[in-house]
Ligand binder design. Structure first.
Ligand code: CO
Length: 214
């Protein structure tokens, strides 16, 4: 446990530094929780959501899982989504994938890693949805990158099809769902040109994004 001592020390230094820069920083955070964005991303430690978009504690509501998958029976993800949309009334949902994703890689290679294989079946489903396009890419790395991008587009579709998002749009709530991908090799985000802000535009936005990223 002594190995963790330095983490606690770093935490104390961080909190002190925050207070030195802005004495009211924690007092303000203690009084309100009003993030404007929900981030749905991968658990990968190289993709630190809040940090890489230059935001602060209190700015980003976050859900992360292996390979940033949104499944309609995942009550963990759905609860985060429902709270974000109905209670926090966030304006934007960002689904963010990343290149060199171990989960996407394992799904593409059909690796057997244990329980997680069942979770990654969802990414394999994405592959099967677009197998013609993906199998035409001879270079393995490029094919993996493409699957990572298509996985984001599919998850944007899944988020947009939840009753939570559909009902928000039906009652006229302002809410947009975006698809981005992050490069662990250069620290940069790429916009996958999919932005959905109403139920009617979903099918076309999905079709355009698949074609654009195909
Ligand atoms: Co990943």
């Amino acid at each position: 446990m002594n190995d963790l001592h330095q983490l606690l020390e770093k935490n104390r230094a961080w909190a002190e530094n925050k207070k030195a820069t802005d004495p009211e920083f924690f007092n303000i955070l203690a009084q309100k929780h009003e993030p404007r964005y929900l981030w749905i991303g991968c658990s990968d430690s190289r993709v630190p959501a809040t940090q890489l978009v230059g935001l602060e504690a209190g700015d980003l509501f976050v859900h992360r899982n292996v390979a940033n998958v949104v499944v309609h029976t995942d009550f963990n993800c759905l609860s985060v989504l429902q709270y974000a949309v109905d209670v926090l009334k966030i304006d934007h949902i960002i689904v963010c994938g990343h290149y060199d994703c171990g989960g996407v890689k394992a799904a593409m290679k059909n690796l057997q890693l244990g329980l997680i294989d069942n979770w990654l079946r969802h990414v394999q489903d994405v592959f099967h949805n677009h197998d013609k396009m993906l199998n035409e890419i001879a270079d393995k790395e490029l094919r993996l990158n493409k699957l990572s991008e298509l996985n984001v587009v599919e998850q944007v579709l899944n988020v947009s099809r939840t009753t939570i998002v559909q009902n928000a749009w039906r009652r006229g709530q302002e809410l947009a769902v975006h698809g981005w991908i992050y490069g662990v090799q250069d620290g940069l985000l790429r916009d996958l040109s999919i932005c959905v802000n109403n139920a009617e535009g979903l099918a076309q936005a999905y079709k355009d994004a698949v074609e654009k990223n195909g």
